[in-house]
Ligand binder design. Structure first.
Ligand SMILES: [Mg+2]
Length: 225
């Protein structure tokens, strides 16, 4: 009879999922732990329709992607790059909505409704892969934190949606004053958690804003599909 090696959850997690020496697992939020439900395009379509601005979801998807990219380029070109604030984050989304809806007279009312929509807990649903990893981190006794380019609306929803509610710390770029991929974002999280870069792993879905940025900051990183 073969004996089956007994491995505790903590050993499995640290040995196979999180690098040795890691003390805290820091999760990106959107696309990693949760996703919009309905989708961004569906939410925009519904609100647009309500305000007399009907658009096809495929069209919204294309426009949204371009509008989102435009705002990222503005942040990258700013001096200093990727500095942010609550006001800048609200402007970002006002501009994205205006771009998607062709800056019509309804754009501002649509923005107001969408801003409120994405600030509601029931606009989001958990993603299985990220949730499993968050569970594993909690079970391993590691500190769990959220580090997101989402704005301060995150503080309201993170308290009530699983797995976000499992986090011991929540960091939102608008409150920190820097967005990922800025090194200052990562330095601030390190300081607040009281850990060095080698004791932290960033779990995220964005190859540049999460994975490459964390690696440049000297953190471990763990891409999630
Ligand atoms: Mg993400």
């Amino acid at each position: 009879m073969h004996s089956i090696p007994i491995t505790t959850v903590a050993e499995t997690v640290i040995g196979h999922r999180f690098p040795e020496g890691v003390r805290a697992v820091v999760f990106d939020v959107v696309g990693t732990l949760v996703e919009p439900s309905p989708s961004v395009a569906e939410a925009y379509a519904r609100v647009g329709l309500r305000h007399g601005a009907p658009l096809e979801t495929a069209d919204i998807q294309r426009r949204f992607h371009a509008a989102w990219r435009r705002q990222e380029i503005i942040d990258a070109a700013a001096v200093p790059a990727y500095a942010t604030s609550a006001a800048r984050e609200m402007d970002r989304w006002r501009e994205i909505v205006a771009d998607v809806f062709d800056r019509t007279s309804q754009s501002d009312a649509i923005f107001t409704d969408l801003w409120e929509h994405f600030g509601r807990p029931d606009a989001w649903r958990p993603l299985p892969a990220g949730t499993n990893l968050a569970r594993a981190a909690v079970d391993a006794g590691l500190t769990v934190a959220l580090a997101s380019n989402f704005d301060e609306r995150l503080f309201a929803i993170s308290g009530v949606i699983e797995p976000l509610s499992w986090a011991h710390h929540v960091f939102a770029s608008s409150e920190i004053g820097w967005r990922k991929p800025a090194a200052e974002f990562f330095r601030t999280v390190e300081r607040r958690l009281g850990h060095g870069p080698h004791e932290l792993v960033l779990v995220g879905d964005d190859p540049e804003l999460d994975i490459a940025a964390a690696t440049r900051a000297g953190w471990h990183s763990h891409p999630i599909a």
